[in-house]
Design a protein around this ligand. Structure first.
Ligand code: SF4
Length: 502
């Protein structure tokens, strides 16, 4: 969200509280990508300390020569940030604000110590064109092949290009398993995706399925640190072990789930799945769910690409999305795959990519028809139309960033209808959603938002629809990190309380 709309105290106390560390500042849990970099550098003989920003100076004071930063969204322009920023009147997101604040901290550290700074991670592409001056190297891509060499050169004071585009590993033997616990029990099971969508950043990756022994080794590392749940990192759960897009490797997936359960994993979650292989092998979905023990209280909500209803956009930017079927089967494929998933307690979060330079209102009209068709079948699914982002490793990287004036005007109708449906589903699943959080305050806040706030903000989305997004600009100066902003927010909450009790 734009930082002006979420008071700092919420971030500090609830959403991004300080990470736990040991006495030396080592993080107890860290994001999986950082754990991967740690494993790679350690296997090359480097002494690595993974630490959160708040402990950085303490760690640096012990003689570090290079600071490496993993960033997901340093400028606040990844798809969800961009959407929320556009629909709430713009401004810097919290991700961008935190990155800026980290930059200030590093400038101070650099004034005291002779140290180099390299920034990588999924969002590093955002810094490629204009890296801030405190960054010595922007590293784009995976770390296995080129990162150790870059770090060595930085340590030894050799010259390194300002932006490095890394080579991709092609063999499993080049990718060491993690050696310390990843936050949320994350474990990667596949890399890459052969469907080759133009807007997608994983397209250049060589497709790899990690063997079960390798995965279990990483799960064990997480379990030793007390994490009983596993979150499988994959761009498509159904691709695990696949030799082609024509066939799901049912046995490999079922063996994986069975072994995870045997290892003592409590809850199995996964990040992404595609609709086509769900229809190819419904029995795989059913068995996965039975082994994992998903039910109404313990369901999963992976992200699934819905993208578009437009034939032109589909065939140009994501031709393989429905393979082994094609565009003509797209809408029925989605409806059937959703029903199969819903029967097994998989509640998809469908994401759409809207705003390609050649996308017209007619194309969005076809997307609206697709969404209407899906909603008519009353699935348990959310639908999020996101502005398409020209990510740095995708084929559309030279496209302009989305903006209100560049989105097709019918985008706002699509946003309004999906908002209304998403709200219905959120209310229906309120108990499941709030049950997933172990934090009492977050649980109460989520319940309050669902019960009182979301229900009363339909007018906001209606205004967006009627003004084609321009109404968002009337709130561009609202800042809940100022006294006036807080007073305004309290007044609105009173209004909501009275309107809902009346
Ligand atoms: S199907 Fe998904 S992961 Fe695969 S290329 Fe397309 S967007 Fe990327």
């Amino acid at each position: 969200m734009p930082y002006r709309l979420v008071p700092r105290i919420f971030m500090d106390k609830i959403f991004t509280p300080p990470e736990k560390t040991d006495r030396d500042g080592r993080a107890i849990f860290a994001p999986y990508p950082l754990r991967k970099v740690e494993a790679i550098l350690t296997s090359h003989g480097f002494n690595v300390i993974v630490t959160p920003p708040e402990k950085l100076e303490k760690v640096v004071s012990k003689g570090a020569k290079v600071i490496g930063i993993n960033t997901h969204d340093p400028l606040g322009i990844e798809p969800v940030s961009m959407k929320l920023s556009i629909i709430f009147g713009g401004g810097k997101t919290w991700t961008a604000k935190f990155f800026e604040e980290l930059g200030e901290k590093i400038k101070k550290i650099k004034s005291k110590y002779d140290i180099k700074v390299v920034v990588g991670g999924a969002g590093a592409w955002q810094l490629e064109k204009e890296p801030p001056e405190w960054i010595d190297v922007v590293f784009i891509g995976h770390a296995e092949i080129d990162f150790p060499e870059i770090v060595k050169k930085l340590e030894e004071g050799e010259k390194v290009p300002r932006v490095v585009k890394a080579r991709y590993p092609k063999k499993l033997s080049e990718i060491p398993p993690i050696i310390n616990a990843a936050r949320g029990g994350e474990v990667q099971i596949t890399r890459g995706c052969p469907r080759g969508c133009w807007f997608c950043s994983v397209t250049p990756d060589t497709f790899i399925s990690f063997p079960i022994d390798y995965i279990l080794k990483e799960v064990e590392v997480n379990m030793r640190a007390g994490i009983k749940d596993v979150s499988l990192i994959t761009d498509d759960m159904m691709l695990y072990g696949a030799k082609s897009l024509r066939e799901v490797n049912h046995d490999a997936i079922i063996r994986l789930y069975t072994e995870l359960k045997k290892a003592g994993v409590d809850y199995i979650n996964f990040a992404h799945i595609s609709a086509a292989p769900v229809k190819l092998s419904p029995r795989t979905i059913k068995e996965m769910s039975e082994i994992a023990g998903w039910n109404e209280q313990k369901a999963v909500s992976p992200v699934v690409g819905l993208e578009t209803g437009s034939e032109k956009i589909f065939n140009k930017y994501m031709k393989m999305k429905a393979f082994p079927w094609g565009y003509n089967n797209w809408k029925d494929l989605i409806v059937e795959a959703t029903a199969i998933m819903n029967d097994s307690y998989i509640y998809p979060c469908y994401t759409m990519t809207i705003g390609y330079p050649d996308e017209t209102d007619e194309d969005v009209e076809q997307s609206i028809k697709l969404v209407e068709y899906i909603i008519d079948h009353k699935p348990i699914a959310w639908i999020f139309p996101l502005p398409v982002i020209p990510m740095g490793t995708s084929k559309i990287r030279d496209n302009p960033l989305p903006a209100i004036e560049r989105l097709p005007s019918r985008y706002w109708d699509l946003l309004y209808m999906t908002w209304k449906y998403d709200l219905q589903i959120t209310r229906k699943l309120a108990r499941t959603i709030t049950a997933t959080s172990k934090n009492k305050v977050v649980r109460s806040l989520a319940t309050y938002l669902i019960d009182k706030v979301f229900n009363n903000v339909e007018w906001y989305f209606k205004q967006l629809k009627e003004s084609k997004g321009k109404s968002a600009l009337s709130y561009k100066d609202l800042n809940l990190n100022t006294t006036y902003g807080v007073m305004w927010a309290i007044a609105q909450l009173f209004k909501l309380a009275f309107s809902s009790s009346g």
